[in-house]
Design a protein around this ligand. Structure first.
Ligand SMILES: Cc1ncc(COP(=O)(O)O)c(C=O)c1O
Length: 374
């Protein structure tokens, strides 16, 4: 009999993907973590040019120099991180950056503290690497921010790394400066590696984004192009790392994917070097949708915090599984909060990366359930 590895068997396929299987023709899918906008045209043009020039071969393992230079420049100017092209690896999405860095640093028996509720890949990557994930609960009353004191309570001699994510999936939470600095201090004081997933750094409303790598050298910064530039299908992201770890992470990256797709690297270069107005336009539209969704849910009597970033709302209710099921019967696809960890229970997630009109229609359908009055 063909037997899979136990550590792989122990992982479930993403609950979000399972929801996709239920999407019908009239469904409005609010389960998707993907901007509905087209990739800006100058980025698509850059791909056509790359193809015409025959830029269709392997590149260096860490990515083309022009792109790593542009990423280093972005990290220096936007995030105040002391990055250099040599500290950067261009990866297959932020997902590839997370996978390679976690696998390079986690050993059998190590603990990794992860945000809970949190992005589904954190727990899975830790388990795939043979480690154990330890939940740091993100609480409603803290607006789902990761609070350094709460994280510190979970640190033990087995702890190898901590993952943080601001702005956060699935809650839309944005960490304050003192939270970020506090996390960097924990990494320094306990000699831990802090993996900071900053994929939503440009999708932020009225708040400022802070990067822990500004405060500490023990940080791996993960980012990508999927969300900011509506480039999910290009599968391109990156990580920036302290030099002592570059080579080790590169081994995982090199022996799993060799390098990132050549033409996606040209697209990413155009994204960073081209006009940024589409980023602002998308951000403004996301904010308009957030206001619609939060307002309508509250009018229905459904409690939810005001998210300050990303494109998710994470409302609470007593029996979210039943609600998600009822919504599905009305052709609105939501995700139960428990898909994001045990502390996600009692919540559900709405992604508002869908057109304003579809969101209005989806809210009408949810309202027709008359849920809070039942
Ligand atoms: C928090 C977070 N990190 C990473 C990713 C993965 O992004 P990419 O498409 O760059 O692999 C996602 C995608 O949903 C995400 O929400």
């Amino acid at each position: 009999m063909m037997k899979p590895a136990k550590r792989v068997e122990s992982i479930d396929l993403s609950g979000i993907r399972k929801m996709f299987d239920m999407v019908g023709e009239d469904s409005i899918n609010l389960a998707l973590g993907e901007p509905d906008f087209d990739t800006p045209s100058h980025i698509r043009e850059a791909v056509k040019e790359a193809l015409d020039e025959g830029f269709t071969h392997y590149t260096g393992n860490t990515g083309i120099m022009e792109l790593r230079e542009a990423i280093a420049h972005k990290l220096q100017t936007d995030n105040h991180i002391n990055a250099s092209p040599e500290s950067i690896i261009v990866t297959v999405g932020a997902s590839g950056a997370l996978y390679s860095s976690i696998n390079a640093i986690v050993e059998e028996g190590d603990d990794v503290i992860i945000p809970d509720p949190g992005f589904v890949a954190y727990d899975a990557c830790v388990k795939l690497s043979g480690g154990r994930s330890v939940s740091a609960q993100l609480k409603d009353e803290n607006d789902f921010r990761m609070i350094p004191e709460d994280v510190l309570e979970q640190v033990t001699p087995r702890t190898k790394a901590i993952i943080m994510n601001s702005p956060g999936n699935p809650t839309g939470a944005v960490l304050e400066k003192e939270d970020v600095k506090g996390m960097a201090d924990i990494a320094d004081d306990h000699d831990l590696i802090l993996i900071s997933d900053e994929i939503y750094d440009k999708i932020i409303y009225g708040k400022k984004h802070y990067s822990p790598a500004h405060y500490s050298d023990n940080v791996i910064t993960v980012n990508g192009f999927s969300k900011t530039y509506a480039m999910t299908g290009f599968r391109i992201g990156y990580l920036s790392i302290p030099s002592k770890l570059t080579e080790e992470i590169l081994k995982i990256h090199q022996y799993s994917v060799t390098c990132t797709t050549s033409i996606s690297q040209k697209a990413a270069l155009a994204a960073l070097q081209g006009p940024q107005d589409s980023v602002d336009q998308m951000r403004d539209e996301f904010q308009r949708r957030r206001d619609l969704v939060v307002g309508r849910l509250r009018d229905m009597g459904i409690e939810c915090n005001q998210p300050h970033g990303a494109f998710y709302v994470f409302p609470r209710m007593d029996n979210p599984e039943k609600f998600v099921e009822a919504a599905l019967k009305k052709d609105v696809v939501l995700v139960p909060g428990s898909s994001f960890g045990k502390y996600g229970e009692g919540h559900f997630r709405i992604s508002y990366a869908t057109s304003y009109e579809d969101l209005q229609e989806a809210m009408d359908r949810l309202e027709s359930l008359n849920w809070q009055n039942k």
